[in-house]
Write a protein that binds this ligand. Structure first.
Ligand code: SF4
Length: 282
């Protein structure tokens, strides 16, 4: 179903924070809309969700946009805070975190892995602008190989977290995540359906969502901030899982769905504490 941004905004977001301070043409707003539309389609209210944000473009532009309760953490700490909140909050509350690629897959990766290991109930949306765009456009862990950036003028030549089959999704699956998916901003309804499934998993869910950055990434790699060019560049490098080509960087769709198959972190803590109280042992 197609929703007007204004309908979703007035119901769920703070009007004084929308539009955000993102650069003109930034694709982050499309990712944000996909998540809010999924919330609407699940018929959830503002009070059902606590929204966390991290650092960088993704954190700054979504910080305090949610009308309900929210919090923010520096690199990786948002997952640690979310684990604490998971125990403190009533179990029926949902935790949704909008973070960036540096926060999730670089500086904060150890915290992310431990949230997955515990199967802590949270939905992590990794808004990936393909490098360090809020600091001017240096390459990072998800910058496609060959891309020219401020710190790779001849092209990014290191292995990244999607190259040669070493996908970060495998790391997170091995760590214990129970729902993993990837979509680019232009995936629209497909992405909304996936985010709905991610939220419905009462365990650790992550959706990796690369998006176009016209200001820094496109200006270095494509030599222009023309928005059409960077949207096309990303779209050409994405393909549904199973339909990848040699040029595919982002295989999109659901990578791993073991929803509700492992004990959830806070549930396990509560049950264990209760058992110790009753029996004096675990
Ligand atoms: S620097 Fe790039 S990712 Fe950051 S707000 Fe501007 S366009 Fe978006």
């Amino acid at each position: 179903m197609e929703y007007k941004s204004s309908e979703l905004t007035s119901k769920y977001l703070r009007s004084r924070k929308i539009p955000s301070t993102a650069c003109s043409g930034c694709g982050l707003g499309m990712n944000h809309k996909i998540v809010v539309q999924a919330i609407q389609e699940l018929d959830l209210d503002v009070g059902d969700i606590v929204w966390g944000t991290s650092i960088g473009c993704a954190g700054r532009q979504t910080f305090a946009t949610w009308k309900g309760d929210g919090f923010a953490g520096t690199h990786g700490r948002v997952y640690a805070i979310a684990r604490g909140l998971r125990i403190a909050l009533p179990p029926e509350k949902y935790l949704i975190l909008t973070v960036g690629d540096g926060d999730a897959f670089g500086i904060g990766l150890a915290h992310l892995i431990h949230a997955a290991r515990c199967n802590a109930d949270m939905t992590v949306i990794v808004n990936d602008n393909l490098g360090y765009q809020s600091t001017g456009g240096q390459y990072g862990w998800t910058t496609p190989q060959g891309a020219k950036t401020d710190s790779s003028p001849y092209g990014m030549f290191e292995h990244n977290l999607m190259s040669e089959g070493m996908d970060v999704m495998h790391i997170l699956k091995g760590a214990g995540a129970t729902f993993l998916a990837r979509h680019v901003s232009m995936d629209g309804e497909r992405a909304v359906e996936t985010v709905k499934k991610a939220i419905q998993n009462r365990g650790f869910s992550l959706v990796h969502m690369p998006y176009p950055c016209p200001t820094n990434f496109a200006s270095r790699e494509l030599g222009s901030r023309n928005q059409v060019n960077i949207y096309r560049w990303i779209k050409e490098r994405a393909a549904p899982l199973g339909q990848e080509k040699n040029t595919t960087v982002w295989a999109t769709g659901i990578w791993h769905d073991a929803s509700n198959s492992r004990p959830e972190f806070s549930q396990l803590v509560r049950e264990t504490v209760e058992k110790i109280r009753r029996t004096g042992t675990i």
